[in-house]
Design a protein around this ligand. Structure first.
Ligand SMILES: Cc1cc2nc3c(=O)[nH]c(=O)nc-3n(C[C@H](O)[C@H](O)[C@H](O)COP(=O)(O)O)c2cc1C
Length: 161
């Protein structure tokens, strides 16, 4: 089994989640940060995993553009979707996943989940800190990456051969 995790990240949480996930998957796993690297072809991969993070309701533009441009090829693959996001309400988190990915891809995905979040105040810029404090009421670094969710996600991919 060969898999590729294509992800976008602003402050590194999604990259961290992608690395944790890659360690739980069987076979070879290639990691690609779509904000820095190109993905030429998906031909050699059995699994394609797409992940991004949410800022003010939206996933990174690079990931959205990649998915739109390569939708046909992505739909020919076994695709899984994940987000890193601060939303803890299950219903809203599910809605956020639905809105972050193209509808056809969302419907075709074998699994989709939110892996939690990190608010690392050392990495946030002035405006991001302000938003966190004023809008979310978060005043210091706070981490809640859900390894159990990543574990479950990996098991679905591994069992779906
Ligand atoms: C300025 C700012 C805005 C955010 N907006 C949202 C949001 O609208 N919805 C959400 O669920 N999480 C939101 N988050 C939480 C991020 O998605 C979370 O911190 C995530 O771990 C970031 O991942 P990254 O480091 O891979 O970019 C926000 C975080 C910051 C700092």
């Amino acid at each position: 089994m060969k898999s590729i995790i294509i992800y976008s990240t602003k402050h590194g949480t999604t990259e961290k989640a992608a690395r944790i996930l890659s360690a739980k998957l069987p076979g070879e796993v290639v990691l690609k940060n779509i904000m820095k690297e190109n993905v030429s072809s998906l031909e050699e991969y059995d699994n394609v995993i797409l992940g991004g993070s949410i800022y003010i309701g939206k996933v990174q533009k690079n990931l959205t553009e990649y998915m739109q441009k390569n939708l046909k090829e992505l739909l020919s693959k076994r695709v899984s979707l994940f987000l890193c996001a601060g939303e803890t309400n299950e219903e809203l988190a599910a809605k956020q996943i639905k809105g972050a990915f193209p509808e056809e891809l969302y419907k075709a995905a074998i699994c989709k989940d939110s892996f939690g979040f990190e608010f690392n105040f050392d990495k946030l810029n002035f405006f991001e800190k302000l938003i966190m404090k004023k809008v979310k009421g978060v005043k210091e670094s706070y981490y809640e990456l859900k390894e159990d969710s990543i574990d479950r996600f990996a098991k679905v991919i591994a069992s779906n051969k």
